[in-house]
Design a protein around this ligand. Structure first.
Ligand code: HEM
Length: 411
């Protein structure tokens, strides 16, 4: 056992050291969040604080459950960064093409197209962030592209869009919409701007957008290959090691079933309700999964009945993913509580009370967080309250931060 404990401790220390180191590097290397974005002529396009507040808007509507930014989450389409970047690029290219060749960009010759995309690539990849004033300076053309994208995305998020299963009024007022647009602009800016002194963008040329030179770098291709090979090699090594072990001696089979004389203790009986709840959560998860599947085809309907007002797609998807986590966690906890007295042969004092209190705490977190998510997506909470008690906007960690801390304490 001693050898195994040492091995276990070594794995923990090494893994958490690597995670800690990489986590610190991410923090140090993240793209700067400017205080404002201005044109060269001095017009403020994005005022102070709008980008961070726009991120809160994004999170409160379910964020990664209604698409993704920077391809995060499980890359649920559409990727709004890619969409914003492409729309900005096409707007500018069309403006230049019309001014210089009296045609849309698509109608140009390959040579003319190459000339304009070359100019666009240079303009977009040049880093115009000034760390001293925390300001990004953009061209007048890019400011017009911003206004164009703002109008398009207002149509999608304020007016609703069936293809994206977004109901009307996903964002309800102009000010929040503008902040959200500021956030999307910033994700697109950092995806297309070179790091200072580098030839790669802050997001390592992601997402793919050849119009501004976003193509996978040699390093990305190589390290993707290396990491897959390392993973396969690790799995093979494990299988090899396991197969090379001498066959284990089986002890003598007991004459009587060791659990034959077992009688459920009071705390074990108290865990029964956990398993009923697991079954119920599982059932609800399947039901919302079915509704989410219909939205995938019908946009906002369930067999033609419009449910999207009371149960938007973002809610069904959030609940589907959350309930999966909740019933698995509940079953895990219940199994642990049930097995404890069985293995130790001891029923600790107050164990039944503990099991019941934990059950109540779980109910509060499950019901509270699911309700908070619904309220957040339905615009019933302020963006700041939403982060704490509504929706954090990160797929799989959707529940408000307050609920998350309570769940962590409970588990
Ligand atoms: C009959 C049962 C189920 C149905 C009809 C169903 C339906 C769906 C649908 C339609 C989606 C995609 C939603 C979208 O992206 O638009 C989805 C995603 C998902 N489902 Fe289910 N599901 C079922 C059971 C389960 C179970 C039992 C689990 C886990 C315990 C589960 C976990 C997930 C997860 C984690 C996702 C998100 C995957 C991702 O983001 O790529 N589902 N489900």
């Amino acid at each position: 056992m001693k050898r195994l404990w040492i091995g276990f401790a070594a794995v923990l220390v090494v893994s958490f050291s690597v995670l800690g180191w990489i986590g610190t590097r991410i923090y140090q290397e993240m793209p700067p969040i400017p205080e404002r974005v201005m044109t060269a002529g001095g017009q403020v396009v994005i005022p102070a604080g709008a980008i961070g507040e726009g991120q809160n808007v994004w999170q409160s509507m379910g964020g990664m459950q209604v698409g993704s930014v920077w391809g995060h989450g499980s890359y649920l389409a559409p990727d709004w960064t890619a969409d914003w970047l492409h729309r900005e690029a096409m707007f500018t290219l069309n403006e230049w093409a019309r001014a210089e060749h009296s045609k849309d960009f698509e109608g140009l010759t390959a040579e003319q197209k190459a000339g304009l995309t070359g100019r666009l690539t240079e303009a977009y990849r040049t880093n115009t962030y000034d760390a001293a004033t925390k300001t990004i300076v953009i061209s007048e053309a890019r400011a017009r592209a911003f206004a164009h994208c703002l109008e398009h995305f207002s149509g999608v998020f304020r007016g609703g869009n069936v293809a994206y299963a977004l109901p009307k009024g996903t964002i309800r007022d102009d000010e929040r919409m503008r902040k959200f647009a500021a956030f999307l602009f910033w994700t697109a800016w950092s995806a297309s701007t070179n790091r200072p002194g580098d030839r790669l963008t802050y997001t390592h040329n992601w997402p793919h957008e050849p119009l501004v030179g976003n193509r996978p770098s040699g390093e990305s291709v190589m390290w993707t290959g290396v990491s897959i090979l390392m993973l396969l090699a690790g799995i093979c090594a494990l299988v090899w090691w396991y197969a090379a072990q001498p066959a284990e001696e089986m002890g003598e089979t007991p004459k009587e079933d060791p659990l034959g004389s077992w009688r459920a203790t009071a705390s074990q009986l108290a865990t029964l309700k956990y398993f009923w709840v697991v079954a119920l959560l599982f059932l609800v998860q399947i039901c919302v999964g079915i509704v989410a599947a219909h939205y995938g085809v019908e946009g906002g309907g369930f067999y033609g009945i419009d449910l999207s007002e009371i149960l938007p797609y973002a809610v069904t998807r959030t609940w589907h993913v959350q309930l999966g986590i909740f019933w698995i966690a509940t079953a895990w906890l219940a199994a642990g509580l049930f097995i404890g007295p069985l293995v130790s042969g001891v029923e600790p004092k107050g164990q039944r009370l503990g099991v019941n209190v934990l059950f109540l705490a779980l109910l509060v977190v499950v019901v509270g967080s699911l309700t908070g998510q619904w309220m957040s997506i339905r615009n019933k909470l302020s963006d700041a309250t939403s982060f704490l008690w509504g929706h954090q906007g990160y797929e799989y960690v959707d529940l408000g931060r307050g609920w998350q801390l309570m769940l962590f304490a409970g588990c």
